[in-house]
Design a protein around this ligand. Structure first.
Ligand SMILES: [Cu+2]
Length: 69
């Protein structure tokens, strides 16, 4: 398992937090995503053999947010 942190721009409430958590946890290989509204970031735990940062960025952007790495 690998852990990565992605900074996110545009989250304003717990609804944003939940939608980002949901889209990330749907990605095969992701075992957990902890989103912090305060810190404007998400910590993702995943299997690097199956998925990676490009997929995470894409999923977050498709959900309507900006990513900063
Ligand atoms: Cu929101």
């Amino acid at each position: 398992m690998q852990t990565t942190i992605i900074n996110i721009k545009g989250m304003t409430c717990m609804g944003c937090v939940r939608s980002i958590k949901n889209v990330l946890e749907k990605i095969p290989g992701v075992s957990g995503a902890e989103v912090s509204l305060e810190d404007a970031q998400v910590t993702i735990e995943y299997d690097a053999a199956i998925t990676g940062i490009d997929q995470f960025k894409q999923a977050i952007e498709e959900a309507g947010f900006e990513t900063i790495i």
